[in-house]
Design a protein around this ligand. Structure first.
Ligand code: UDP
Length: 362
């Protein structure tokens, strides 16, 4: 694997749907933080550009004012590109244009049209870490244009995510990496199930709630309340289910509570690009029961670190719960230490950056 012998100056552009630390950015927030940790440890110098109100303790952060982008998940395939007046996304890229000569590489974390459109206008190479699967034709087109003009500059988190795009085989697959020292292994769980994610329709929370109702095993739910109407619908549909909404917690508190679960249920309706929460659960020793599609199907080793079950089947989820006892919680932790550490991620990122920088030399 190619390694970088020199220290790079890197400019990271965060998601423009919410300030870092708000939870609105979903998994991107933790992913960005982990990548900053991993590369800083390797002596690269990183500055993060993010919407005003962001929190990123201990690292160099430039906060930019402006109105947030709306999230892309719920738009139809033919949705137009939309931007608010005084867009924070546009302001972030205006700032980047002015400082670009100070950096070796710009890394974009936003799933938005503008950064892809602007890529050829920049002198400094721009790499993109795409955080979701294909959602709209307009975005697919914008990403495809970058891949054609600058091969090797677009990365995704999983092969399943890549395959949702027509140009999937041209994407670099980065996986993800975590600071596992932040997660405590919990050998003995309580009789509890966990569900972690944005409360939004594509995450399929209702199926996990149906499982709680059928089995009587209490379900704890953690995550940002993105769609209140969706949550109320679920509560109306399952009035007596043994569930509790525990709010959106910082990692330190989340992992402590999550570790007490017998299993994490992952019931997304969409092709989950990766599923950070699967790794976080396993880091605490919690096996993952997930629908067999998208990122989780590449992360969970069925029968060892959890169970992959037929997508959208509540019966299959319930059957998997009956099979939890033979799973070894210590094996979940060992597996993520081997595959999803910051070191493993840092190696992959450095190799990716090396390829980009070598191919861009005049
Ligand atoms: N998360 C958190 N606190 C909570 C619930 C969730 O910090 O109480 C974070 C979690 O650590 C993960 C993110 O929210 O990084 C959800 O990311 P995931 O990749 O699972 O899904 P996405 O929201 O990107 O679709």
């Amino acid at each position: 694997m190619a390694h970088l012998s020199r220290s790079l100056k890197l400019l990271f552009l965060s998601t423009s749907v919410g300030p870092l630390g708000s939870g609105l950015g979903g998994g991107v927030e933790l992913t960005l933080k982990n990548i900053v940790r991993s590369l800083t440890h390797r002596n690269h110098e990183i500055t993060v550009v993010a919407p005003g109100g962001s929190v990123l303790e201990g690292f160099s952060l430039v906060e930019i004012a402006g109105n947030l982008q709306t999230t892309a998940q719920s738009e139809g395939r033919d949705a137009w590109i939309g931007m608010p007046g005084n867009s924070v996304l546009a302001n972030m890229w205006d700032y980047t244009r002015q400082v670009q000569t100070q950096y070796d590489l710009i890394l974009n974390f936003a799933y938005d049209w503008l950064p892809f459109y602007l890529t050829p206008f920049f002198f400094c190479p721009v790499a993109h870490l795409v955080s979701m699967g294909s959602l709209t034709a307009a975005m697919d087109r914008a990403i495809a244009q970058v891949i054609n003009q600058f091969p090797g500059t677009v990365a995704v988190h999983s092969r399943a995510q890549a395959q949702t795009f027509p140009f999937g085989n041209q994407c670099e697959v980065m996986g993800n990496g975590f600071d596992l020292s932040q997660y405590t292994f919990c050998p003995k769980p309580d009789n509890l199930l966990g569900w972690v994610g944005r409360l939004a329709p594509e995450k399929g929370l209702e199926d996990a709630v149906a499982v709680a109702k059928e089995t009587g095993i209490p379900l704890k739910i953690w995550g940002i309340m993105q769609d209140v109407a969706y949550w109320h619908d679920i509560c109306d549909q399952y009035p007596n289910a043994p569930i509790s909404y525990e709010g959106f917690l910082p990692t330190a508190e989340l992992q402590q509570a999550l570790g007490k679960c017998r299993a994490l249920l992952m019931t997304p309706r969409w092709v989950e690009a990766f599923g950070n929460v699967a790794i976080e659960a396993m880091a605490c020793g919690v096996p993952v029961i997930a629908y067999d599609r998208g990122g989780p199907s590449e992360i969970v080793q069925s029968g060892k670190t959890g169970w992959l079950v037929e997508p959208d089947s509540i019966t299959s989820l319930i059957e998997a719960i009956a099979l939890l006892d033979p799973l070894d919680r210590a094996q979940c932790r060992e597996y993520v230490e081997a595959e999803y550490s910051l070191t493993a991620m840092g190696d992959r990122l450095e190799a990716w950056f090396t390829n980009i920088l070598t191919s861009r030399k005049p």
